[in-house]
Design a protein around this ligand. Structure first.
Ligand SMILES: *Cc1c(COP(=O)(O)O)cnc(C)c1O
Length: 361
């Protein structure tokens, strides 16, 4: 069988979840939207079920998949409902629901449901979704008085928490604090970079608050620079494959489509069973780090659909059948992402065709 695999270490996932909760000093919803960023939502939820305060997904389709697999406990819909008729299912399956727009508030008030757990989202500066600060209090009061609602959590989302020298997070927090004014309720603001990078904005850790860690659960840093907590994360996914062919080429010979790489010296080229159809980024350039038999080397030439090529010239012991780590503990996904001018989020979410196998149940 083709040797491309993604190994998922569930112990590392649990370690990272614990780190998120400890660092935040708050309850944490494990964000497992988009199939747990490619790691398999059901298996990740099962692994975290004992420990996690709850889960967060993008939409009801993702939540129902978890419920069907027997996942109990809170699941928050991060974009709420897209159509009003989802409300009945939301109540039936005891899902928690973000409310980010006036039309959703009208739909709730006009519905026949009750007992909703709502997360009222403020647009504190991301300017994507969320209520305007001027309409926030009134929206809260209307929902509170509607008879449909059991509980409302106050929520917003940071747009630039991954930029550690940027003042935007502090501004957003101040906008949020003004908009909520005297509202006495639980709060949820922080994603991974908010948890890891901005302890100074949250000096009094409130055990009543909720954080929403995503990328850090999977052991990848949201930052482009080194950061102390990032070093404590454990990579959950190891994307690996094997060398399936070796070529010895003289200087001057090209490798792969478009002759994007031309050997500058006599070169031993290893061909790896991994390509962009597996989710490895096609735009990863020559020089992108890769590990062969535990030794770091580099990608050369263009990534093709099912194969990519690496430089084995300085790895005389590597050859046919050698193991290759595309990302994992030896090459961080964030390093590959940076080389390919993307983010680890996208690398994980793009994973396809590669079988996932789990350890640490
Ligand atoms: C995806 C998402 C998160 C998780 O973000 P990370 O940067 O992966 O930690 C948190 N909150 C909301 C609203 C999200 O959509």
């Amino acid at each position: 069988m083709r040797p491309a695999r993604a190994l998922i270490d569930l112990n590392a996932l649990r370690h990272n979840y614990q780190l998120a909760r400890q660092t935040a000093g708050a309850r944490a919803l494990a964000v497992i939207k988009a199939d747990a960023y490619g790691h398999g939502a059901v298996r990740c939820a099962e692994a975290l079920q004992e420990q996690a305060d709850g889960f967060a997904v993008a939409c009801i389709e993702e939540a129902l998949q978890l419920r069907a697999a027997g996942i109990r406990g809170p699941i928050l819909l991060l974009e709420g409902f897209f159509e009003a008729d989802e409300l009945e299912l939301i109540v039936q399956h005891q899902l928690w629901c973000v409310v980010h727009a006036q039309w959703q508030i009208e739909a709730i008030i006009n519905s026949a449901v009750s007992g909703l757990n709502l997360w009222l989202k403020l647009d504190s500066g991301m300017h994507r979704v969320g209520l305007h600060p001027a309409e926030y209090q009134a929206a809260y009061q209307r929902l509170q008085a509607s008879g449909k609602v059991d509980k409302i959590v106050l929520m917003s989302h940071f747009s630039r928490a991954d930029e550690l020298d940027c003042s935007r997070s502090a501004e957003q927090l101040s906008t949020f604090n003004q908009a909520r004014a005297a509202l006495n309720a639980e709060v949820s603001l922080r994603n991974s970079p908010g948890i890891m990078g901005w302890p100074q904005l949250f000096p009094e850790q409130s055990a009543n608050d909720w954080v929403r860690p995503g990328i850090m659960l999977y052991g990848a840093t949201p930052f482009e620079v080194e950061q102390p907590l990032a070093a404590q994360l454990k990579p959950v996914m190891t994307l690996q494959s094997k060398i399936i062919s070796v070529r010895e080429l003289p200087a001057g010979e090209p490798v792969g489509y478009g002759a994007k790489f031309v050997c500058a010296r006599p070169t031993r080229v290893g061909v790896v069973a991994m390509g962009y159809a597996d989710g490895y980024p096609r735009h990863a350039p020559t020089g992108t780090p890769v590990v062969v038999d535990g030794v770091r080397t580099q990608l050369i030439g263009r990534v093709s659909m099912d194969m990519l090529t690496v430089d084995l010239t300085d790895l005389p012991h590597a050859g046919l059948g050698s193991s290759v780590e595309l990302w994992g503990q030896q090459v961080l996904a964030s390093d590959v992402a940076q080389a390919a001018q993307t983010i680890p989020y996208q690398l994980f979410c793009n994973l396809r065709r590669v079988p996932l196998s789990y350890s640490g149940e």
